[in-house]
Design a protein around this ligand. Structure first.
Ligand code: ADP
Ligand code: MG
Length: 252
């Protein structure tokens, strides 16, 4: 029950099968890393889970604390407690970060619950300070003209404000210099706890020096081909993805 359970998922994009028979369970309180070569379906998994309309779930189940979220709209999935930090975050012209996050939080409120703006801004500013984001960001349109690193920090800020039950971070480390990487990793580490599960998608082992995962999964051609502890990431770094390809190409 207390887990994000992906069962035998098949996902099609533009009529092409990308994920087949993909299964993974992330218990609340754990951080799982998903690694794999480019084009293997990592982002497809993330977007399908978040309910992206272009990613069709052909079969399988996704149980969020027991509730099947397959077929639900993206906003319903978000309200059910799943957050996705995109690999390529979109720009939202005319909507400031402060108003964007505020709207997301307000949409989660129970009827009759009051939104206290002063408390909201206090929390927002504290979290921006932790991410070393300038206050001027609050009034800027979401991701418009942001550098790669600024976009990633903005994704982490959203995650920290929304405090989801489960968070998927899709290559949040890509395009970050080492200082930004550490800040982002600290953000995740702060949010880590018994009430939250993480799926950290990354191409490189580097991020996992700062976010030490409970489990590591290696994905290739739409499937998990190997799972292990944090040492699996090191092994992968050493041997490279060619090793995965050679090992599993001959097995299939
Ligand atoms: P990864 O994140 O592991 O690099 P992706 O999930 O982005 O891999 O891509 C997996 C495969 O799905 C690739 O062959 C890619 O071209 C294809 N794909 C992903 N998104 C789309 C899309 N919107 N339209 C067409 N093909 C797509
Ligand atoms: Mg990707």
């Amino acid at each position: 029950m207390n887990s994000l359970e992906i069962k035998n998922l098949a996902v099609e994009v533009a009529g092409k099968a990308i994920l087949e028979d993909f299964s993974l369970t992330i218990p609340k309180g754990e951080v799982h890393a998903l690694m794999g070569p480019n084009g293997t379906g990592k982002s497809t998994l993330a977007k399908a889970l978040a309910g992206h309309e272009d990613y069709e779930i052909a079969s399988g189940e996704v149980l969020l604390d027991g509730q099947n979220i397959v077929g639900m709209e993206p906003d319903e999935i978000a309200r059910a407690g799943l957050f996705l930090a995109f690999q390529y975050p979109s720009e939202i012209t005319g909507v400031s970060i402060a108003n964007f996050i505020r709207a997301a939080l307000q949409s989660r409120q129970e009827e009759g619950e009051e939104f206290v703006a002063t408390a909201y801004y206090k929390d927002l500013y504290a979290k921006m300070d932790a991410l070393k984001m300038d206050r001027s960001f609050t009034s800027r349109s979401v991701n418009e003209g942001f550098s790669g690193g600024e976009k990633k920090r903005c994704e982490i800020l959203q995650m920290m404000m929304l405090e989801p039950a489960y968070a998927i971070m899709d290559e949040t480390d890509s395009g970050l210099d080492i200082d930004a990487l550490k800040i982002v990793a600290e953000g995740v580490e702060q949010q880590r706890g018994p009430d939250r599960g993480f799926l950290v998608i990354t191409h490189y082992q580097r991020l996992l020096n700062y976010i030490v995962p409970d489990k590591v999964h290696v994905m290739w051609e739409g499937k998990i081909v190997q799972s292990g502890g944090k040492e699996l990431a090191m092994e992968l770094e050493e041997k490279g993805y060619d090793w995965v390809k050679e090992t599993y190409a001959s097995a299939s």
